[in-house]
Write a protein that binds this ligand. Sequence first.
Ligand SMILES: Nc1ncnc2c1ncn2[C@@H]1O[C@H](COP(=O)(O)OP(=O)(O)OP(=O)(O)O)[C@@H](O)[C@H]1O
Length: 233
Amino acid sequence: MSRIELDQVVVRADTPGGPVPEVTVLQETTLDLTEQRIALIGPNGSGKSTLARLVNGLVEPTAGRVVVDGLDVSRKGREVRRRVGFVFTDPTAQLVMPTVAEDVGLSLRHHVKDRHDRAAAALAVLESYGLSELADRSVHTLSGGQRQLLALAGVLATDPAILVADEPTTLLDLRNAQKIGDLLFGLPQQLVLATHDLDLALRCDRAILIDEGTVVADGAPAGVVAHYRAMVG
Ligand SMILES: Nc1ncnc2c1ncn2[C@@H]1O[C@H](COP(=O)(O)OP(=O)(O)OP(=O)(O)O)[C@@H](O)[C@H]1O
C-alpha cells in the first residue's frame, strides 16, 4: 500500500483586495496516511479539496512537506503526479479531446508511445468500462454520469498507485453515484476521497474530519461521522 505523509503542512492563500491580505486555508497539519481508503469529510469550505490537492501538488504547501511514497511533492512533482491519479467533481476540465476515444488516448500518452497501439489500448479501456459505444462521441454530448465514468477510466488507465477523488459523486444521480462508488471501492489502489456522502465515508478504513482548516477528528469512520453529525447539530 502507498503512504502519504503530511509533515507540519500549512497552506495560506493570498486574498488581494480582501479584508486581510492572506488567509490560512489549512492550519498546521501532520498526517500519516497508510490505510487503503481514506475519507475527507467536513463542511463546505473547510479545506477538504485543499488537503486532497496537496497530494498531487495541485496545491503547494506554504510551510511543511508533503511526501508520497517517499517522494517530496514539491521537489518531485512530475514523478508524484504519475503515481497519483486525480478525479474532480466536474470532470469537464479533465476531458479535452474531440472524442471519447481520443481522450482516453491522451491519458495513455506516457504509457503507450505508438499511436496505433495507443488507439487500440484506448478502445480496450472503453470496452472494460462499458463505454465502447461512446468511442466516437464528443465528450460534450455525454451525460454527467458518463463523463465521470470516462474521467475515471482515463485516470485508471494510467494505473496510478493512489487515486484522489474530490467529491466524484456530487453531481450524479443515485444510480450513477452508486456505480462510481462501487467502482472506487473495488479498486486495489489507495483511495483518498473528499466527500459529502457520509455513506461513502463510512465504507472507508479511516475518516478525517476537517473544520475551518483544522483536523478536528481522525480515526474509524463511524466515530468520525458521529462527531460530524453532532457538530452540525
Ligand atoms: N487560492 C485560494 N485563495 C483564497 N481562498 C482560498 C483558496 N483556496 C481555498 N480557499 C479558501 O479556503 C477554504 C477551503 O477551501 P476548500 O476548497 O479546500 O474547501 P472544501 O472543504 O473542499 O469545500 P467544499 O466542500 O465547499 O468543496 C475556503 O474558504 C476557500 O474559499
